[in-house]
Design a binder for this molecule. Structure first.
Ligand code: ATP
Length: 308
Protein backbone atom coordinates (compact mmCIF):
# COMPACT_ATOMS: atom_id res chain seq x y z
CA UNK A 1 0.00 0.00 0.00
CA UNK A 2 1.27 3.45 -0.89
CA UNK A 3 2.29 5.65 2.03
CA UNK A 4 1.40 9.32 1.97
CA UNK A 5 3.41 10.06 5.09
CA UNK A 6 6.49 8.13 6.22
CA UNK A 7 8.21 9.04 9.45
CA UNK A 8 11.40 7.29 10.51
CA UNK A 9 12.88 7.84 13.95
CA UNK A 10 11.70 11.44 13.78
CA UNK A 11 13.08 13.35 16.74
CA UNK A 12 12.84 16.96 17.86
CA UNK A 13 14.32 18.50 20.95
CA UNK A 14 13.86 22.11 21.99
CA UNK A 15 17.11 22.80 23.80
CA UNK A 16 16.90 20.46 26.74
CA UNK A 17 13.15 20.00 26.29
CA UNK A 18 11.88 16.91 24.55
CA UNK A 19 9.33 17.49 21.80
CA UNK A 20 9.34 14.17 19.97
CA UNK A 21 11.45 11.02 20.37
CA UNK A 22 12.07 8.47 17.60
CA UNK A 23 8.64 8.56 15.97
CA UNK A 24 8.24 5.99 13.16
CA UNK A 25 4.87 5.92 11.47
CA UNK A 26 3.27 5.33 8.06
CA UNK A 27 0.03 6.94 6.93
CA UNK A 28 -1.54 5.09 4.01
CA UNK A 29 -3.05 6.69 0.93
CA UNK A 30 -6.76 7.29 1.33
CA UNK A 31 -7.01 6.65 5.05
CA UNK A 32 -8.17 8.90 7.85
CA UNK A 33 -5.49 8.74 10.51
CA UNK A 34 -6.26 10.01 13.99
CA UNK A 35 -3.28 11.28 15.94
CA UNK A 36 -4.23 11.42 19.58
CA UNK A 37 -2.51 12.50 22.72
CA UNK A 38 -2.81 14.73 25.76
CA UNK A 39 -1.57 18.32 25.90
CA UNK A 40 2.16 18.54 25.34
CA UNK A 41 2.42 15.00 23.92
CA UNK A 42 4.10 16.10 20.69
CA UNK A 43 1.23 16.27 18.18
CA UNK A 44 1.85 19.82 16.99
CA UNK A 45 5.59 19.20 16.91
CA UNK A 46 5.02 16.25 14.57
CA UNK A 47 2.71 18.26 12.34
CA UNK A 48 5.09 21.22 12.15
CA UNK A 49 7.88 18.84 11.14
CA UNK A 50 5.69 17.44 8.34
CA UNK A 51 5.32 20.94 6.93
CA UNK A 52 8.92 22.04 7.49
CA UNK A 53 7.75 24.77 9.86
CA UNK A 54 10.39 23.43 12.23
CA UNK A 55 13.38 21.20 11.48
CA UNK A 56 14.02 17.77 13.03
CA UNK A 57 16.88 17.10 15.41
CA UNK A 58 17.06 13.58 13.96
CA UNK A 59 15.26 11.13 11.70
CA UNK A 60 13.32 11.76 8.50
CA UNK A 61 9.86 12.71 7.31
CA UNK A 62 8.58 12.02 3.79
CA UNK A 63 5.26 13.54 2.70
CA UNK A 64 3.64 12.58 -0.63
CA UNK A 65 6.99 11.07 -1.56
CA UNK A 66 8.73 14.43 -1.07
CA UNK A 67 11.16 15.84 1.46
CA UNK A 68 9.32 18.69 3.25
CA UNK A 69 12.57 20.62 3.51
CA UNK A 70 13.66 20.43 -0.13
CA UNK A 71 10.19 20.37 -1.73
CA UNK A 72 8.23 22.63 0.61
CA UNK A 73 6.71 24.80 -2.11
CA UNK A 74 5.59 21.90 -4.29
CA UNK A 75 4.19 20.21 -1.23
CA UNK A 76 2.09 23.19 -0.19
CA UNK A 77 -0.04 23.03 -3.34
CA UNK A 78 -0.84 19.39 -2.65
CA UNK A 79 -1.53 19.66 1.08
CA UNK A 80 -4.34 21.35 3.00
CA UNK A 81 -3.10 22.48 6.40
CA UNK A 82 -4.93 23.77 9.41
CA UNK A 83 -2.61 24.93 12.17
CA UNK A 84 -3.50 24.36 15.79
CA UNK A 85 -3.10 28.07 16.39
CA UNK A 86 -4.63 29.21 13.09
CA UNK A 87 -4.21 32.94 12.69
CA UNK A 88 -5.13 35.13 9.74
CA UNK A 89 -4.91 38.75 8.72
CA UNK A 90 -7.71 40.56 10.56
CA UNK A 91 -8.27 43.56 8.25
CA UNK A 92 -9.79 41.67 5.32
CA UNK A 93 -13.24 40.21 5.22
CA UNK A 94 -13.60 36.45 4.97
CA UNK A 95 -14.54 36.57 1.29
CA UNK A 96 -11.43 38.52 0.23
CA UNK A 97 -9.14 36.51 2.46
CA UNK A 98 -10.29 33.16 1.08
CA UNK A 99 -10.06 34.42 -2.54
CA UNK A 100 -6.56 35.69 -1.82
CA UNK A 101 -5.49 32.26 -0.56
CA UNK A 102 -7.28 30.60 -3.49
CA UNK A 103 -5.30 32.75 -5.95
CA UNK A 104 -2.05 31.81 -4.20
CA UNK A 105 -2.93 28.19 -4.78
CA UNK A 106 -3.46 28.77 -8.49
CA UNK A 107 -7.24 29.19 -8.32
CA UNK A 108 -10.04 27.35 -6.55
CA UNK A 109 -13.60 27.02 -7.90
CA UNK A 110 -15.84 29.70 -6.38
CA UNK A 111 -18.52 27.08 -5.60
CA UNK A 112 -16.05 25.09 -3.56
CA UNK A 113 -15.42 28.04 -1.22
CA UNK A 114 -19.09 29.03 -1.03
CA UNK A 115 -20.24 25.48 -0.42
CA UNK A 116 -17.80 24.95 2.45
CA UNK A 117 -18.61 28.34 4.01
CA UNK A 118 -22.36 27.67 3.78
CA UNK A 119 -22.11 24.22 5.27
CA UNK A 120 -20.01 25.46 8.17
CA UNK A 121 -22.28 28.49 8.68
CA UNK A 122 -19.52 31.01 7.97
CA UNK A 123 -20.58 34.53 6.97
CA UNK A 124 -18.06 35.63 4.33
CA UNK A 125 -18.93 39.32 4.55
CA UNK A 126 -17.55 39.69 8.10
CA UNK A 127 -14.15 41.22 8.81
CA UNK A 128 -11.85 38.54 10.16
CA UNK A 129 -10.89 40.54 13.25
CA UNK A 130 -14.57 40.61 14.25
CA UNK A 131 -14.94 36.84 14.11
CA UNK A 132 -15.27 34.69 17.22
CA UNK A 133 -12.68 31.96 17.82
CA UNK A 134 -15.02 29.30 16.44
CA UNK A 135 -15.73 31.31 13.28
CA UNK A 136 -12.02 31.89 12.71
CA UNK A 137 -11.57 28.14 12.99
CA UNK A 138 -14.17 27.75 10.22
CA UNK A 139 -12.07 30.06 8.00
CA UNK A 140 -9.15 27.75 8.73
CA UNK A 141 -11.17 24.72 7.75
CA UNK A 142 -12.42 26.26 4.50
CA UNK A 143 -8.90 27.21 3.41
CA UNK A 144 -7.64 23.71 4.24
CA UNK A 145 -10.38 21.87 2.32
CA UNK A 146 -11.20 24.26 -0.55
CA UNK A 147 -8.60 23.11 -3.09
CA UNK A 148 -9.36 19.43 -2.46
CA UNK A 149 -5.76 18.57 -1.61
CA UNK A 150 -4.41 15.03 -1.79
CA UNK A 151 -3.48 15.27 1.87
CA UNK A 152 -5.19 17.17 4.68
CA UNK A 153 -3.10 17.81 7.79
CA UNK A 154 -5.35 19.15 10.51
CA UNK A 155 -4.10 20.10 13.97
CA UNK A 156 -6.94 20.04 16.52
CA UNK A 157 -9.47 20.91 13.79
CA UNK A 158 -12.59 21.04 15.96
CA UNK A 159 -11.18 23.32 18.62
CA UNK A 160 -13.72 26.06 19.34
CA UNK A 161 -16.47 24.58 17.15
CA UNK A 162 -19.95 23.96 18.52
CA UNK A 163 -21.29 20.37 18.35
CA UNK A 164 -23.35 20.89 15.18
CA UNK A 165 -20.41 22.35 13.30
CA UNK A 166 -18.19 19.57 14.64
CA UNK A 167 -20.55 17.10 13.02
CA UNK A 168 -20.37 19.02 9.72
CA UNK A 169 -16.60 18.86 9.97
CA UNK A 170 -16.71 15.08 10.46
CA UNK A 171 -18.95 14.82 7.36
CA UNK A 172 -16.39 16.82 5.38
CA UNK A 173 -13.64 14.45 6.50
CA UNK A 174 -15.65 11.39 5.46
CA UNK A 175 -16.48 12.97 2.09
CA UNK A 176 -12.80 13.79 1.53
CA UNK A 177 -11.85 10.20 2.33
CA UNK A 178 -14.54 8.91 -0.03
CA UNK A 179 -12.92 10.99 -2.80
CA UNK A 180 -9.58 9.33 -2.03
CA UNK A 181 -8.01 12.20 -0.10
CA UNK A 182 -5.86 11.26 2.88
CA UNK A 183 -6.53 12.91 6.23
CA UNK A 184 -4.07 13.18 9.12
CA UNK A 185 -5.78 14.84 12.05
CA UNK A 186 -4.67 15.43 15.60
CA UNK A 187 -7.00 15.61 18.53
CA UNK A 188 -7.25 14.98 22.21
CA UNK A 189 -10.88 13.91 21.86
CA UNK A 190 -11.22 10.20 21.26
CA UNK A 191 -14.90 10.19 20.27
CA UNK A 192 -14.50 12.52 17.28
CA UNK A 193 -11.53 10.62 15.94
CA UNK A 194 -13.20 7.28 16.52
CA UNK A 195 -16.14 8.42 14.39
CA UNK A 196 -14.05 8.95 11.24
CA UNK A 197 -10.59 7.37 11.55
CA UNK A 198 -9.44 4.09 10.06
CA UNK A 199 -6.41 3.99 12.30
CA UNK A 200 -5.33 5.74 15.43
CA UNK A 201 -1.90 6.54 16.75
CA UNK A 202 -1.67 7.54 20.39
CA UNK A 203 1.31 9.66 21.40
CA UNK A 204 2.41 10.26 24.96
CA UNK A 205 5.52 12.06 26.23
CA UNK A 206 6.81 12.42 22.66
CA UNK A 207 6.64 8.68 21.94
CA UNK A 208 4.14 6.48 20.15
CA UNK A 209 2.18 4.60 22.84
CA UNK A 210 -0.19 2.70 20.54
CA UNK A 211 -0.92 2.32 16.84
CA UNK A 212 -3.78 0.24 15.54
CA UNK A 213 -7.07 0.19 13.68
CA UNK A 214 -10.12 1.49 15.50
CA UNK A 215 -11.63 -2.01 15.17
CA UNK A 216 -8.63 -3.66 16.82
CA UNK A 217 -8.50 -1.10 19.59
CA UNK A 218 -12.14 -1.76 20.22
CA UNK A 219 -11.65 -5.54 20.09
CA UNK A 220 -8.91 -5.27 22.69
CA UNK A 221 -10.93 -3.02 24.91
CA UNK A 222 -12.37 -3.73 28.31
CA UNK A 223 -16.09 -4.53 28.65
CA UNK A 224 -17.96 -4.24 31.92
CA UNK A 225 -20.26 -7.22 32.47
CA UNK A 226 -23.02 -8.03 34.93
CA UNK A 227 -24.87 -11.35 34.78
CA UNK A 228 -27.49 -12.90 37.07
CA UNK A 229 -28.36 -16.60 37.10
CA UNK A 230 -31.58 -18.47 37.88
CA UNK A 231 -29.63 -20.94 40.07
CA UNK A 232 -26.29 -20.64 41.93
CA UNK A 233 -23.24 -21.25 39.76
CA UNK A 234 -19.55 -22.03 40.39
CA UNK A 235 -17.10 -19.15 39.92
CA UNK A 236 -14.43 -21.32 38.33
CA UNK A 237 -16.70 -22.03 35.37
CA UNK A 238 -16.31 -18.39 34.29
CA UNK A 239 -13.08 -17.03 35.64
CA UNK A 240 -11.12 -19.68 33.71
CA UNK A 241 -12.48 -18.31 30.40
CA UNK A 242 -10.09 -16.24 28.24
CA UNK A 243 -10.04 -12.58 29.29
CA UNK A 244 -12.44 -13.19 32.19
CA UNK A 245 -9.94 -13.22 35.07
CA UNK A 246 -11.37 -10.01 36.50
CA UNK A 247 -14.89 -11.43 37.06
CA UNK A 248 -16.24 -12.12 40.54
CA UNK A 249 -19.22 -14.26 41.57
CA UNK A 250 -21.10 -13.04 44.66
CA UNK A 251 -21.61 -15.20 47.76
CA UNK A 252 -25.02 -16.39 46.64
CA UNK A 253 -23.45 -17.61 43.39
CA UNK A 254 -26.11 -15.86 41.33
CA UNK A 255 -24.50 -12.54 40.34
CA UNK A 256 -21.36 -12.32 38.26
CA UNK A 257 -19.77 -8.89 37.81
CA UNK A 258 -16.49 -7.45 36.58
CA UNK A 259 -14.60 -6.98 33.37
CA UNK A 260 -13.78 -8.98 30.29
CA UNK A 261 -10.70 -8.00 28.30
CA UNK A 262 -10.77 -8.53 24.55
CA UNK A 263 -13.21 -10.94 22.91
CA UNK A 264 -16.13 -12.03 25.14
CA UNK A 265 -16.55 -15.25 23.13
CA UNK A 266 -15.12 -17.72 25.70
CA UNK A 267 -17.20 -16.19 28.49
CA UNK A 268 -20.40 -16.29 26.43
CA UNK A 269 -19.83 -20.02 25.81
CA UNK A 270 -19.31 -20.60 29.55
CA UNK A 271 -22.45 -18.60 30.39
CA UNK A 272 -24.46 -20.64 27.91
CA UNK A 273 -24.18 -23.65 30.26
CA UNK A 274 -26.36 -21.83 32.82
CA UNK A 275 -29.77 -20.20 33.02
CA UNK A 276 -29.02 -16.51 32.55
CA UNK A 277 -31.79 -14.24 33.81
CA UNK A 278 -30.18 -10.85 33.10
CA UNK A 279 -27.12 -9.78 31.16
CA UNK A 280 -25.70 -6.27 31.01
CA UNK A 281 -22.65 -5.45 28.91
CA UNK A 282 -21.18 -1.99 28.63
CA UNK A 283 -19.71 -1.58 25.18
CA UNK A 284 -15.95 -1.21 24.77
CA UNK A 285 -15.09 2.15 26.20
CA UNK A 286 -12.38 3.44 23.89
CA UNK A 287 -12.38 6.55 25.98
CA UNK A 288 -11.28 4.50 29.00
CA UNK A 289 -8.74 2.67 26.92
CA UNK A 290 -7.44 5.98 25.68
CA UNK A 291 -6.97 7.18 29.24
CA UNK A 292 -5.11 4.01 30.10
CA UNK A 293 -2.65 4.78 27.28
CA UNK A 294 -2.41 8.36 28.42
CA UNK A 295 -1.59 7.35 31.92
CA UNK A 296 0.54 4.36 30.93
CA UNK A 297 -1.69 2.10 33.01
CA UNK A 298 -1.45 -1.68 32.74
CA UNK A 299 -4.93 -1.80 31.20
CA UNK A 300 -3.43 -0.91 27.82
CA UNK A 301 -3.81 -4.31 26.20
CA UNK A 302 -1.33 -4.35 23.35
CA UNK A 303 2.13 -3.28 22.42
CA UNK A 304 2.70 -0.90 19.55
CA UNK A 305 2.14 -2.76 16.31
CA UNK A 306 2.07 -1.51 12.73
CA UNK A 307 -1.18 -2.83 11.35
CA UNK A 308 -2.67 -2.33 7.93
N1 ATP B 1 8.89 26.20 20.66
C1 ATP B 1 9.05 25.39 21.70
N2 ATP B 1 10.03 25.61 22.62
C2 ATP B 1 10.22 24.79 23.68
N3 ATP B 1 9.47 23.70 23.90
C3 ATP B 1 8.46 23.42 23.05
C4 ATP B 1 8.21 24.25 21.90
N4 ATP B 1 7.16 23.71 21.22
C5 ATP B 1 6.79 22.62 21.91
N5 ATP B 1 7.57 22.43 22.99
C6 ATP B 1 7.47 21.33 23.98
O1 ATP B 1 7.40 20.11 23.27
C7 ATP B 1 6.46 19.23 23.85
C8 ATP B 1 5.42 18.82 22.81
O2 ATP B 1 4.63 19.96 22.49
P1 ATP B 1 3.53 19.95 21.34
O3 ATP B 1 3.06 21.36 21.16
O4 ATP B 1 4.05 19.25 20.15
O5 ATP B 1 2.40 19.07 22.02
P2 ATP B 1 0.89 18.80 21.57
O6 ATP B 1 0.69 17.32 21.65
O7 ATP B 1 0.60 19.44 20.26
O8 ATP B 1 0.09 19.51 22.74
P3 ATP B 1 -1.27 20.40 22.70
O9 ATP B 1 -2.40 19.42 22.66
O10 ATP B 1 -1.18 21.10 24.03
O11 ATP B 1 -1.20 21.31 21.54
C9 ATP B 1 5.88 19.96 25.05
O12 ATP B 1 6.58 19.56 26.19
C10 ATP B 1 6.17 21.43 24.75
O13 ATP B 1 6.35 22.15 25.94
Amino acid sequence: MENVIELRELTKTYGLRRGLTGLSLDVHAGEVFGFLGPNGAGKSTTIRLLLDLIRPTGGTATVLGLDPRADGIRLRTRVGYLAGDFVCDGRQNVYDYLRFLAALRGGVPQESIDDLADRLGLDQSTKIKKLSKGNRQKVGLVQAFMHRPELLILDEPTSGLDPLVQQTFLDLVLEAAARGQTVFMSSHIMSEVEAVANRIGIIRDGRLAALDTVANLRAGAVRNIEVTFGRPAEAAAFTAADGAGRLRLDESGTTLTGQVIGSPDALIKALAQHTVTTLRVTEPALEELFHSYYEGAEAAPRAVAQST
